[in-house]
Design a protein. Sequence first.
Length: 551
Amino acid sequence: MSVRGALYAVAVQGDHAACATTDGVQFDGAVADLVRFVEQTETSVAEARWVWWAAAPAATPLVRAGLHLRRSWDLTEAHRLLVGGFEVGIDEIWAVAAGLDLAGRPAPSTGDLFDLRADDDAVVGAGGYLNPSCLQPDWQQAHLPDLARMAVVTADRQGALLSRRAHGMSTATSESGAALLCVELTVHGLPIDRPVLEQLITETAGPRPRDAADADRIRAARDQLVLRHVPGRGATDLRNPAHVRDLLHSLGVRVDDTRAWHLEPYRDLHPVVGALLDWRKAERIATTYGWSWLDRFIGADDRLRGTWTACDGGAGRMTAGAGLHSLPTPLRPAVAAEPGHVLVRADLGQVEPRVLAAVSADPDFAAATAQDDLYATVAQQLQLERPAAKIAVLAAMYGQTSGPAADALQRMERTYPRALRYLRTAAERGEQGQPVMTYGGRLVRSRPAADPAARRAIGRFTRNAVVQGAAAELFKAWALTVRDAVRPWGGRIVLCLHDELLVHAPAAHAGRTAQAVDDALQAAARRWTGGGPVRFVADIKVVQRWSEAKE
């Protein structure tokens, strides 16, 4: 099965670009001229689909020029679906699509004087493999038209392979769109209220240091807020876990490690514990999200930018750099809409168990998703209190089979046999060192292990990967539907955080945007499940600041 649409393959290296179709090379010239060519093609060819080896190098200049591309096919993301993993080169993408043995790829040149190649200009060498020099930027620069032509061939081959997997083609299209969305997120950034951010950093981590000596003074003052509670222990290095553990032991706080969740129960035992926990939060902001972070990642236009990727190399979740996926809660008031705009925040509710109901085709579990609070319905069906029912569902997905969840899991086995069988099968495959495949057709690798504990750990990973991976596929389908739905009135996605979307939109269209986000979820879920009975819900709020969504 071929990739749908008229394929236009783009290859970019530096200031040089090329574009090819099945009819041959259509463009070969400067990137600035490519922008005009792409814009004209988007306007004149209704079914144009842009193909590239990877979205970031090819699409970034187009997005920076303000172009909105409707359809794409990302050879890297399609390849990751086919074989799993993250790191990949174009030689591997070509070989897998062509059905060649990866072990037979010729080794790249070592650069040694005597490492001679018969024909370094040849694009495809003996055995059908790409020239090993294809990974070098200089070689790519000299062969961009060839790489563009080969991208078209590779896309069709990938389409044929993915069409053999249930939902493989639709997932590849969605993953390709997500990679393009990642370029847009990277280019456009997240709106920040700089004065508020500077105030929050100052309140938490101290004022901006004037020099190195001032930074040391601020650091010592932050430490003193803890050490003042333990006279005579001023030499304790709070950044050394052994020192902190020794300090706590001297106060009767017996812990094996000093991580926050182990210390929290002792907060009221001695004032130093609470002070230490507060210090940890301030220290994290000071060292990871402090003044140097602000200067490095927040531009003159008050946008926070980090590099986004569509796949984490595991189950396929989106990831981001510059702390975008782990921005501390105390700093979230600084994420704010620009004047005349709002933020529409949408958070999928109880998405993983709802996804499990869909992918396992368990009718009774699917029926439980009809209510806003799935866990309350499960509690009634299992004849348990809601907290116990929630623990049971989470334990099933994360592989906890003993302890407080054991009895509840037995009840789940009787009540939702298909859902539990689906999870158990995935766990067994992982324990045997076999890969698993998500609902959308992503291969998730496993590895053999001799140690029983290691095998069980791998089984827990694969058990959860089939749920997390499917949830990521649904999320991306939703995000792409939102991307198109809010565009006509100037809405734009500015953050994708696990199961949460943040849309920046004109205030005049706030209600319209919120409704579009919810409608997009229902439309995406219908397509993703094939119209199945599982209901998906989202908590949607219109706010000025991200922090207001949690109030």
